[in-house]
Design a protein around this ligand. Structure first.
Ligand SMILES: *[C@@H]1O[C@H](CO)[C@@H](O)[C@H](O)[C@H]1NC(C)=O
Ligand SMILES: *[C@@H]1O[C@H](CO)[C@@H](O)[C@H](O)[C@H]1NC(C)=O
Ligand SMILES: *[C@@H]1O[C@H](CO)[C@@H](O)[C@H](O)[C@H]1NC(C)=O
Ligand SMILES: *[C@@H]1O[C@H](CO)[C@@H](O)[C@H](O)[C@H]1NC(C)=O
Ligand SMILES: *[C@@H]1O[C@H](CO)[C@@H](O)[C@H](O)[C@H]1NC(C)=O
Ligand SMILES: *[C@@H]1O[C@H](CO)[C@@H](O)[C@H](O)[C@H]1NC(C)=O
Ligand SMILES: *[C@@H]1O[C@H](CO)[C@@H](O)[C@H](O)[C@H]1NC(C)=O
Ligand SMILES: *[C@@H]1O[C@H](CO)[C@@H](O)[C@H](O)[C@H]1NC(C)=O
Length: 550
């Protein structure tokens, strides 16, 4: 075991290495900035979800010792199944209030470790499964009250769900897919009380013996209402309502696995709505660890992470992967859609795999990917953090355009010393360069509609905004971003829609403009529920406002 001082030395060494060896000439040009919000939030941010109340629900696991924050009012959790503390008076979930930068400890009753979730159309968080006494439990967190607590539905799941993936569906239900040794899927809520799980042989076919490499599958709702499911090194288009594979996509070139524990990440690139249709749906998958990396890591050899991305038009009749090379290899990175449509790749390491103690060499620099640029100029390396964000780190988009970053390497017993990458309780924010002071003159500020507006499908939407500098009407767009559930380097339910504003930007007052557009046409393109609406001008997004599509 390395000593704490070694860890600090190795972290600063890595930073120097990246700054001086890989980017000797561009150091001054790196974008973005970091802010430490809290040295400790008391728990490790293993799972995060932004609620429409602008509060973030964070949780780790209940059965690995005392956290660093007490439950309120002297409460304790009695749990005969807990491996370490049968009586635990510490919290394993918190609510983080973005506006006040404050924390409220929450009680979770059963184990939520390595679970999944998504927001329902009413804004409540549905979290599914976990481990041990929690693996069949569904938990609800209501968005509508300031002192809400977790509520449990004891046998809400038909099958145990641990490392599963959820997605919201056009009918407002959630699908819960896979999980350890679960080659099937189920729904919440159930169509009828007796509804069971449906088998999914694709998860058997993509299961590498003993290692799996297909957990937390990358699931996206295609614009035809079917699901794109990527596991290990390949994907299908799946009609979940008929339990039918509609299309099998080619294997990703190179054949290396991209899912847990070879954890890469994936996004559905922005969906551009023109004339009430989306012509192209594209998936981008980046990083991960090469085949065999997990067993190598178990045996003390930490393979270099993959530096390749694969991009595929899933809506094409004959889809092919286009491969690209990232400036930095990365395993356990998170891919997030920024409000202006750029993709942020953040967190993770450059060696090893996911899993306790199996990652090495943190990657401190995020990278931005501009999907619409020519292939030679898509990646841009950003300024580094100083805090390793290895296994069990998370990142989510906030309404103000910042990225909330937390978590990393909790250890059994919550060890803070004598371990490599000690349990990390800090919370940081990464501000992309669009939040720089010198962008403020071009930044739109939405003045109408007011927050939490309801929008019907196909409805005409009128948005008014103010910009200090002269507006170039050809660079104004409006985007809708769904708040996603992030864990294990994957953001479930992540989606960004670019609305068709045509060239309608009109001056309606002093420095005040109006744009008109049509709301998304259907639940296949935008499942009902909460979205953040941003006005983007010259690639600089406004603060978002919450809208509800119904
Ligand atoms: C635990 O919390 C206390 C009080 O907030 C803080 O002083 C301490 O540094 C925390 N420990 C860790 C490891 O973050
Ligand atoms: C959430 O709380 C509000 C206010 O207490 C209540 O009206 C609503 O029914 C609750 N929603 C759910 C899903 O429990
Ligand atoms: C959208 O529809 C209008 C009217 O039907 C048509 O003139 C225009 O060419 C269409 N645009 C695109 C990009 O399909
Ligand atoms: C990380 O991977 C690179 C490339 O394979 C290798 O050269 C290096 O030794 C590895 N580092 C560690 C700490 O294993
Ligand atoms: C981690 O903490 C536990 C409980 O305090 C202790 O028994 C164990 O030795 C610690 N592990 C290390 C590597 O320090
Ligand atoms: C958009 O509108 C502006 C201002 O009316 C005009 O100058 C410009 O030519 C228009 N662009 C397109 C592509 O129609
Ligand atoms: C327009 O608004 C700005 C900022 O509020 C103000 O400084 C300026 O005087 C206004 N101009 C006119 C013509 O009203
Ligand atoms: C938006 O639509 C409304 C209602 O049709 C119209 O009055 C207004 O002028 C339009 N605004 C723009 C910017 O086109």
């Amino acid at each position: 075991m390395a000593s704490a001082s070694f860890i600090i030395l190795s972290a600063s060494f890595d930073y120097l290495f990246f700054a001086t060896i890989l980017y000797p000439t561009v150091v001054g040009a790196l974008g973005g900035s970091w802010l430490l919000l809290h040295p400790t939030i008391g728990i490790t941010a293993m799972h995060m979800q932004l609620l429409p109340s602008d509060r973030v629900i964070v949780f780790d696991r209940t059965d690995f010792g005392a956290s660093n924050i007490s439950l309120p009012d002297g409460k304790c959790r009695e749990d005969q199944y807990d491996y370490i503390l049968k009586n635990d008076c510490t919290a394993h979930s918190i609510e983080y209030d973005v506006a006040s930068n404050s924390i409220r400890p929450l009680m979770v009753l059963t184990d939520v470790w390595c679970s999944s979730g998504a927001l329902m159309p009413d804004g409540s968080l549905i979290q599914t499964g976990g481990f041990n006494d929690g693996d069949h439990v569904i938990r609800v967190f209501n968005n509508s009250c300031s002192s809400c607590e977790w509520e449990e539905i004891k046998s809400g799941l038909f099958r145990r769900r641990w490392y599963a993936t959820n997605h919201i569906l056009p009918d407002g239900r959630q699908i819960v897919i896979g999980g350890r040794r679960q080659y099937n899927y189920e729904f919440f809520p159930k169509a009828m009380a007796s509804e069971k799980a449906y088998s999914l042989p694709f998860l058997v076919q993509t299961n590498d013996a003993n290692i799996e490499n297909n957990l937390y599958p990358f699931v996206f709702l295609n614009t035809d209402g079917h699901l794109f499911v990527f596991a290990n090194n390949r994907a299908i288009l799946f009609d979940y309502s008929r339990n039918q594979v509609l299309k099998t996509y080619p294997e990703i070139p190179g054949g290396d696995p991209r899912n847990y524990p070879s954890t890469g990440s994936a996004v559905l690139l922005p969906l551009r709505i023109v004339n009430a249709t989306v012509a192209t749906a594209e998936i981008l998958i980046c990083g991960g660890a090469p085949k065999g990396a997990f067993m190598n890591a178990v045996n003390g050899k930490f393979d270099g992470a993959l530096n390749s991305c694969g991009r595929i038009k899933i809506s094409d009749s004959d889809p092919k992967w286009a491969m690209e090379t990232m400036p930095l290899g990365r395993v356990m990175g998170d891919m997030l859609l920024l409000p202006n449509g750029d993709v942020l790749i953040i967190n993770g390491g450059s060696n090893g795999t996911a899993g306790w103690e199996y990652g090495r060499n943190p990657v401190f620099n995020p990278v931005i990917y501009r999907h619409y640029n020519p292939s030679s100029s898509r990646f841009e390396v950003q300024n580094p953090s100083t805090i390793p964000r290895m296994y069990h780190s998370t990142a989510i988009l906030l309404r103000d355009g910042r990225i909330l970053v937390g978590g990393s390497n909790p250890h059994t017993f919550y060890n803070f010393t004598n371990v490599l990458y000690p349990t990390e309780l800090s919370l940081e924010a990464f501000s992309p360069s669009y939040l720089d002071q010198d962008s403020s003159g071009s930044r739109p500020k939405i003045i109408l509609p007011m927050t939490q507006t309801r929008i019907q499908y196909k409805q005409l939407i009128s948005v008014r905004f103010r910009v200090q500098n002269k507006v170039d009407p050809n660079t104004v767009s409006v985007t809708l971003v769904s708040p996603s559930f992030n864990t294990h380097s994957f953001s479930m339910n992540q989606r960004l829609l670019v609305l068709d504003v045509g060239n309608t930007t009109k001056v309606v007052g002093n420095l005040t403009y109006e744009v008109n557009m049509t709301a998304p046409p259907s639940g296949n393109i935008a499942p009902a529920g909460y979205y953040l609406l941003f006005v983007v001008h010259q690639d600089i997004p406004s603060e978002g406002i919450w809208v509800v599509i119904q």
